[in-house]
Design a protein around this ligand. Sequence first.
Ligand SMILES: [Zn+2]
Length: 130
Amino acid sequence: MGIKSITVNYDDGRQITLDTDLKTTSIKRPIKQIKDGAKVNGLRVEILLAFDIAHTIFSSYGVDTVMTEGTGGTHGKASLHYVGLAIDLRTRDLTPTQQLEARDKLAIALGAQYDVILESDHIHIEFQPK
Ligand SMILES: [Zn+2]
């Protein structure tokens, strides 16, 4: 009996597991992912930049950054999704408190040219310079 391994979670999302001989047994790092079926053709570089920045924030919670929709799906008629300037990101791997925090951090990191909206099961980001 006793402890067989120790897992250390770093602020940047790395999760490193050591066995009792302090040998590294695994290193897990959050990744960017596109949900199977999400439409990505026509996504513009302005919103891909936001996906990249969002990953630094999601990673800090140790979770993957999953794009659940890009240019597909059903949205309002004037939705920026259809012109490649909006994405949705999965929030179910975050606690409700982390979801609110992540939204606020994203809004600060992306600045006034982007809108960040926390919906029931995702964070919607759109590029909409005023
Ligand atoms: Zn959306």
